[in-house]
Design a protein around this ligand. Structure first.
Ligand SMILES: Nc1nc2c(c(=O)[nH]1)N[C@H]1C(S)=C(S)[C@@H](COP(=O)(O)O)O[C@H]1N2
Ligand SMILES: [Mo]
Length: 326
């Protein structure tokens, strides 16, 4: 046993992330947290507000081939009942367990994760399976910006401007067969680059999610490639992630590498981890508490505000029909 060398999570080959970066991000957060009077218990659960840091640099790929794509034209059909979340707050309070469960540390740990070039394989019950280059995807249909509410199952919320295109535009290109009833989406598996995957080996990596075909075809369902008027930074799920704003955030799978069309209802990562806490549909519902907390209200990150949770996160008009019994 003594001869087996196990590398620590942050000792990433090729030094993708330096321990200094993680250390600095963490130190800065701890300093601000103690100034704000946030105690150790809060730090342990990661429940502090995203604390903006002067040292936080929001970085993202900007290849030559993406010139002119961002900022994309805003689709004014999507309006908000609350202020947009400050960009730095949103970019320093991330759930992305592939890197760490420590929300403020995700940005530093993912900063150098290679998100360009990137490919997404689309396969299964389709007439035209294809491996798409991210450059094909960002140019397939005109990108648009949409302001969406975003609600985590942990009862915090934000509102952000995503840039992307409806998933159904891609579905149209690959021509699903009549037998395709569900869409399954899968994230990357690179434990050598993503310390949370290396260290938390008990999770069923890679992260996976799924939607019914009707949910996938709904106009709200986005494949997002950008945020705040520029390409997606790694911590938000670069270079391409799902956004289903009427569902709890865990359905909005980040950094997608595979999209499969299948006949039978697939399972999803969080359902498999805790079946009695997370279901397949995960539609936001103030009346259905989580096993360990109420979902009646939510905390708007970056503010002290707590507001009422809206059924379907405020998108009932667009999606409630999907769930009405015939
Ligand atoms: N691959 C992957 N996707 C993921 C997650 C994750 O850990 N891994 N976390 C989910 C959860 S719980 C939430 S709330 C959102 C957070 O997205 P954001 O960091 O861009 O706000 O991403 C979702 N997508
Ligand atoms: Mo979440």
């Amino acid at each position: 046993m003594a001869f087996i060398k196990r590398s620590r999570g942050w000792e990433i080959p090729g030094s993708l992330v330096t321990p200094e970066e993680v250390y600095l991000a963490r130190r800065d957060f701890l300093k601000k947290a103690s100034a704000a009077g946030i105690g150790a218990a809060v730090l342990a659960t990661g429940c502090g507000a995203g604390i903006p840091s002067e040292t936080a640099r929001i970085t993202y790929p900007e290849p030559e081939s993406w010139k002119g794509l961002y900022p994309a034209k805003r689709n004014t059909a999507f309006t908000l009942d609350r202020d947009l979340t400050d960009e730095t707050v949103a970019a320093t309070y991330n759930n992305f367990y592939e890197f760490t469960t420590d929300k403020p540390a995700v940005a530093a740990l993912s900063r150098r994760f290679p998100v360009y070039p990137w490919q997404v394989e689309v396969k299964g019950l389709v007439a035209k399976p294809k491996v798409y280059d991210i450059d094909d995807l960002v140019k397939m249909v005109p990108l648009e910006e949409r302001l969406y509410r975003h609600r985590c199952v942990e009862a915090w919320a934000m509102a952000v401007p995503w840039t992307g295109f409806p998933l159904r535009a891609l579905i149209g290109k690959v021509e699903p067969l009549g037998s395709a009833k569900f869409v399954r989406l899968v994230s990357f598996h690179k434990p050598e680059l993503a310390p949370g995957q290396a260290m938390q080996s008990w999770y069923p990596w890679p992260y996976y999610e799924a939607l019914t075909m009707a949910e996938a075809m709904n106009d709200l369902t986005l494949l997002a490639t950008g945020i705040y008027g520029h390409p997606m930074p790694p911590q938000h799920g670069a270079p391409i992630r799902l956004v289903t704003p009427w569902k709890y955030g865990f359905k909005s799978i980040k950094s997608i590498v595979r999209i499969e069309f299948v006949e039978w209802q697939p399972t999803n990562f969080w359902h498999d981890v805790a079946p009695d806490e997370y279901d397949f549909y995960a539609n936001v519902d103030p009346k259905v508490p989580h096993k360990r907390w109420s979902q009646a209200t939510e905390r708007l990150i970056g503010t002290d505000k707590r507001v009422a949770t809206l059924p379907f996160n405020g998108y009932a008009d667009q999606v409630a029909g999907l769930y009405r019994k015939a």
